[in-house]
Structures are given as C-alpha cells and as structure tokens.
Write a protein that binds this ligand. Structure first.
Ligand code: GAR
Length: 202
C-alpha cells in the first residue's frame, strides 16, 4: 500500500474525496491526518475512518514539524497531501520531504495564488477579475505559497457564474476529481520530475 499523510485545516471535503475514491481503495492507506487546528470537521471524518489525528504547530501539546517528520519516517509515509491546509510549511520540513509534499489550490496557478489566497479569497479574486474560466491545480510544495511546480490542472467554465460562491462550488467538484487522480498517479509511480516540467504518464 502507498502511504499518505493528509494535512487539513477545516471542512475536509477533499480528505473525504480521497477516502471515498473507488480507484484508491486498494492502492493507498491514509496513515495520519494532521491539522494546525485543535479540532476541525476534517478530524471527524478521519476519526470515522479510524485514522489517527495529530496537531502540528507551536501551541502547547502540538507536535513540532521536526517531531512530525520523525513520525512520518517511522510510519514510512510516501506522500504528504495538503488538502485545505492553510499554514506555510517550514523550509526544513519541505527540504526533508523534497518532491513528496503536494497541495491542492482552488484556481489555475500561477494566477490567483500566494499569501492570503486561500478558500473564498481565491474565488472572490477570480470572480472580481471577471475571469471566464477557473479550475484547480495540484502542485509540489516548495518554500513559498503556491509556487512549486504544477503537477496537474483541470479547468471549468465560469462565464455564467452569478457569484463567487457558485464559482467555488464548481471548482470544488473539479478538486474532488483532480486530487484522487493525482494521488493515484503517484501511487502507480507515474509522476516524474525533470528540470523543467513534471510529467504524469497515462
Ligand atoms: C479547498 O477548496 C482547497 O483547494 C483550499 O481550501 C479548501 C479546503 O476545503 N485550499 C486553499 O485555498 C489552499 N491555498 P476542504 O477542507 O473541504 O477540502
């Protein structure tokens, strides 16, 4: 089994999409769900699946990123998936897990990314710019927000969207397809990184 750790901060619908993807059922195991929040809806989803949950950060009783890294080595985690995790990952942790951390972003990077661009802020910016398409991007995590190499993207027509909330709903549907798709490709050893591009084989 291909072992995952999933980082979350809130609702957990992307975590849910991973846990319920038929193609991932016999391919992956989510060994840890990690949050910067003491409690969040995503933790309830994890607990319903009997997946251990951990807190990371600088608050009392939380694991440090160094401790979490050691835990991941002992659990033999193959891939770390940021699924709605809204904190910056420290440089040292990124370096320890080079090309093993991916993030889903609810827009077509490299536009509409960066510090403060998360959740509804992203959809509002896309809507207010009058963009006619949006979508989701899965990318490698590097030391800054949303700048790592893009692995896969899907787009959606938003030319007739009436509000940023409606736009968000359309993008979320795409996210729930894209993230399991990318994880499946990693689990099958079909993601390759060369100097300039990421290649995902069919
Ligand atoms: C998702 O839309 C995800 O793309 C976004 O947070 C939401 C989490 O929803 N992530 C970011 O904005 C990161 N920059 P979920 O908790 O229901 O999966």
């Amino acid at each position: 089994m291909f072992s995952l750790a999933v980082f979350v901060s809130g609702r957990g619908s992307n975590l849910n999409s991973i846990l319920n993807a038929p193609k991932l059922r016999n391919l992956i195991e989510v060994k840890a769900v990690v949050s910067n929040k003491a409690d969040c809806q995503a933790f309830d989803i994890a607990k319903n699946h009997f997946i251990p949950v951990y807190n990371v950060g600088y608050k009392e009783g939380f694991l440090s990123f160094d401790e979490l890294g050691n835990l991941f080595y002992s659990l033999k985690i193959d891939l770390i998936v940021l699924a709605g995790f809204l904190k910056l990952i420290p440089d040292s942790f990124v370096k320890s897990f080079k090309n093993k951390i991916i993030n889903i972003h609810p827009a077509l990077l490299p536009s509409f990314g960066g510090n403060g661009m998360y959740g509804m802020n992203v959809h509002k910016a896309v809507f207010d710019a009058s963009a006619q398409i949006s979508g989701a991007s899965v990318h490698f995590v590097d030391e800054t927000y949303d700048t790592g190499k893009i692995i896969a993207q899907r787009c959606v027509d938003i030319s007739d969207a009436q509000s940023h909330e409606e736009l968000a709903e359309r993008v979320l549907k795409i996210e729930h397809q894209l993230l399991p798709f990318v994880i499946e490709k990693f689990a099958l050893g079909k993601v390759f990184v060369d100097k300039t591009r990421v290649r995902v084989l069919n």
